[in-house]
Structure formats: C-alpha cells, structure tokens
Design a protein around this ligand. Structure first.
Ligand code: ARG
Length: 468
C-alpha cells in the first residue's frame, strides 16, 4: 500500500467531492493509461467530432470549437512525437488528453466534456479502434488467401495422400488441400466483416448511462466518425462489449484454423513426411543438434492460438456478472483485446510471407500416396460399376489389400492374375483406376479433387477476391 499523495488530488478532473487524496496504490491499481494510451488517435477523433456537434447545436461558439480542435491536433502531434507527458495520476487516456487540452488552451478546454462521459467516450474509442483493426485483418487475410491461391494453382496437379485419422485415405491434389484452407479463411473473412457491422455503431451521446439533457445531435457525431448509425439505448451503449467478444470469437476461430494449418506444416516438414520445405528464414536451428531445422513459425502460431482463445474466455468472464450499466470491470477489456489483435495480425503476416516461399517435394508426396493403399476405394467403385454390391466390393478389396500388405506391394503392383483371384470381373483396365492420377481425375464434380475442378475452384475464388 502506498501513502496518500496531495498532488494526486489537485490534478483529478473529478476531485470536487473528495476530501482525501487517492491512495497511491489505488491510483496505480485503478489507472489504465499505461495500456489505453494506445487509443489516443481514436480519443482525439472522438473528441473533435463531439466538439463539432456541440458547435452545431450552439453549445460551443465557432471560435471555441476552433480553439479546441487546434488544441487537440497539437496534442496529437505531441503524442506522435513522443513528447507527451502521460500521467498515471490522471488515470486514463481520456483524462490525460482532456487535462492537457485545458492546460494548453485554458478555460475553454473545460467545455469539451459537456454532454459526454468517459463511459460513452471509451465505448466510442474502442469501437473506432476495433473497426480499423478489422480492416487491417481483412487486408492481411486477403493477402494470405491470395498466397494460398497461387500455391494451389502451382500445385493443382501435385498428388499427395489425403488423410482421415491421419491414416492415408485417398489420393488428393495438393492444390485441393490448399483450397480447403482457402475456404476456412474465407469464412473467417466473412465473420470479421459480419462483426464489423455491429462494431460500427456510435455510442456517443449515451453519456454516463442515461443520455444527456443537452440538445445533442447523435446522428451528426455518428456521421462524422464514419459510423453507420448511433446505437439505440443509452444503457446498452455504455455497457455493451459484445462486439469485442464477437471479435475475439472470430479471432479464436481464425487462430484455430491457423493452428491446424500449422500442425500440418509441422508434420509435413518433418523427415518422416518430407512433403514440403519451409524457407530457412522462417526456421531456426538447434544449439546442440546440428542437423535440426525447426518449423518455429508454425509452432508458435499453433501456440498463440491458445493465447487468443484465452482472451476470448477472459472477455466472456469479464462480462458475465455485470449489472447494467458501465462498471469499472470494463477497463479490463483492453489488454486482452489489444493483445489478441496484435497476435492475429502477426500470425497472418507470418503466414502471408511464408506461404509463397513454401516448396513442395512432389516425389515424396507421390510416393506416400502410393504407400497407403489410397486407391482401395477406387477398386471397390470399379467392382460396383461392374455389378457388385458396394458392401461385397468393400470386403473383396479388403482381402486384396491384405494380400498386397503380405507381399509388401501397392495394389497397383499386384498382377492382373493376382487381382482376378479376388473377383473374376476384374480386367486389365483396372490399372487405370488403381493409378493415383486415375483416382483423382475421376472425382470430377463440384468440390471434388480432380485437378480440373481444383482449377475451377481457384478461378472462382480469384474472381471473388478481385471484388474486395
Ligand atoms: N478507463 C476507463 C475504461 O477503460 C474509462 C471509463 C471510466 N469511467 C468511469 N466512470 N470510471 O473503461
């Protein structure tokens, strides 16, 4: 516990009813300036819009408005130049800037907070901040999606084993596999856009919780700040953090996708798989084992997924027991929110940079696809097309696979004579379906892995991305 400080009391913008200065520990404990100073651009933009509105409704004169705007712009420059003196005694970004304004322009600075509260102010600032961040995330997502399209196009004809249960299942095109990632990220993109609609509403004018007795014009401030419209209920406006939770949920799902992607890259770059190579600049070595080239970037992205999901849980827990309207608990929304946004952007950036430099070992993937009896389903389908019931065909092919395992061969390496032991209907054309190329080319329908379908999917996706 710290001692009381008289300096504290004199500085406070709310000190009027207090007879005792804030305990030094409490001042530090309740302050948020160390992290919310990051909102200074939004805070100044919001204050300027509020001041313009006050002038429009004749609460400020044109001259007072000009003085306030100039003062705020000068403060913005000071902060940008790192010449601004942030004070913990002034608690948060809002009171630091407001008090600097009055210091700089005198009495008229004290009029800025007319018809406003820090409660609607902070809600406005965060919404503005999140909106910008969503747009940044959308750009990075688009970059990454474009990188995936290029890779998918380059490797549309590359054959790899497709897996279920991490067991070789059926051969697929590597490009097709990449397009699965594209689809996930496409849903992420739309989730962020959807969230943006609920972010982009103006709480300004809700004041502390009940609105204000001044003849404010909420549509005007909403318009000045580029919001779609004002929010509709003052109590909800100051206490709603759904938009932050939604954002965190969208971010957690995106990170879950990147984490799964990372897991595949970690597996595929291992000597055991050897499917792909990551550029050296995205890997690190070991201080003891000279042979090592570790896929640190995907591993870290996988780890950071946990961190982002943790922030989602933090935000949900933060809100779950809050009575209406604003509570100080809400101050705790910022650090998880900022951290998850920083983390998501870093991970997207890493992926957008890394993927174009990823190279494929086509031979290793091809060999792996041949090893796992990945065309067994194709043999069953072949028999069905010749009149056998699927369940019987399944049984027959199961026996053929057992024989092949015994002989340490792939199905396509069994002789026609061997294969005919399992079904007399098998003829020489069976080898067309047992080939990996035959297998993937035959899955020629919307969403299938035939390279012509993969190319069509890429073309559709490129056209969609071009519209953004
Ligand atoms: N620093 C506060 C926050 O982050 C600003 C709003 C404070 N309002 C209040 N009445 N104490 O939420």
């Amino acid at each position: 516990m710290g001692s009381n400080s008289e300096d504290n009391k004199s500085n406070k913008l709310w000190g009027g009813r207090f007879t005792e200065a804030t305990d030094a520990f409490v001042a530090r404990f309740t302050a948020s300036v160390s992290f919310d100073k990051r909102l200074y651009q939004q805070d100044i933009d919001g204050s300027i819009a509020h001041a313009r509105m006050l002038e429009k409704v004749a609460i400020l004169t044109a001259h007072e408005l000009a003085t306030i705007v100039d003062g705020l712009e000068a403060i913005r420059k000071d902060i940008e130049a790192e010449k601004f003196d942030w004070s913990v005694a002034l608690e948060d970004v809002h009171m630091n800037i407001e008090s600097a304004l009055t210091e700089r322009i005198g009495e008229v600075g004290k009029k800025l907070h007319t018809g406003r509260s820090r409660n609607d102010q902070v809600a406005t600032d965060i919404r503005l901040y999140v909106r910008t961040e969503i747009d940044g995330i959308a750009d990075l997502l688009t970059r990454l999606q474009n990188a995936i399209l290029h890779l998918a196009d380059r490797e549309a004809d590359t054959i790899m084993p497709g897996f279920t249960h991490l067991q070789a299942a059926q051969p697929v095109s590597f490009g097709h596999h990449m397009m699965a990632w594209f689809e996930m990220l496409e849903r992420d993109y739309t989730r962020f856009q959807d969230c943006r609609k609920r972010v982009n509403l103006s709480p300004l004018g809700a004041a502390a919780l009940a609105g204000t007795s001044y003849p404010i014009d909420r549509e005007y401030t909403a318009e000045l700040l580029g919001f779609d419209r004002p929010t509709r209920n003052s109590l909800d406006s100051v206490s709603d953090r759904d938009f932050a939770i939604e954002l965190a949920a969208a971010a957690s799902i995106l990170m879950t996708h990147l984490s799964r992607f990372s897991e595949e890259l970690v597996l595929w770059t291992s000597a055991q798989f050897g499917f792909v190579n990551l550029p050296d600049r995205f890997c690190t070595g070991s201080s003891i084992m000279p042979q090592k080239k570790n896929p640190d970037v995907p591993e870290l992205v996988r780890g950071k997924a946990g961190r982002v999901t943790g922030h989602l849980v933090t935000l949900l827990s933060l809100m779950k027991a809050q009575p209406l309207a604003y509570n100080k608990d809400n101050q705790e929304d910022k650090e998880p929110l900022f951290d998850l946004l920083d983390t998501v952007k870093d991970c997207l950036f890493a992926y957008a940079e890394m993927l174009p430099a990823l190279s494929c070992n086509q031979d290793a993937m091809y060999a792996a696809a041949r090893q796992g009896y990945a065309t067994a389903t194709d043999l069953a389908d072949y028999l069905v097309k010749r009149g056998m019931a699927f369940r019987d065909a399944h049984e027959v092919v199961g026996k053929a696979v057992a024989r092949a395992i015994e002989q340490q061969k792939d199905l396509a390496e069994l002789s026609l004579h061997d294969l005919q032991q399992f079904s007399a209907t098998i003829e020489a054309d069976v080898f067309d379906v047992l080939s990996l190329e035959g297998s993937i080319n035959s899955r020629n329908h919307l969403g299938g892995t035939a390279p012509v379908q993969v190319k069509a999917a890429i073309a559709r996706a490129s056209a969609e991305l071009a519209k953004r």
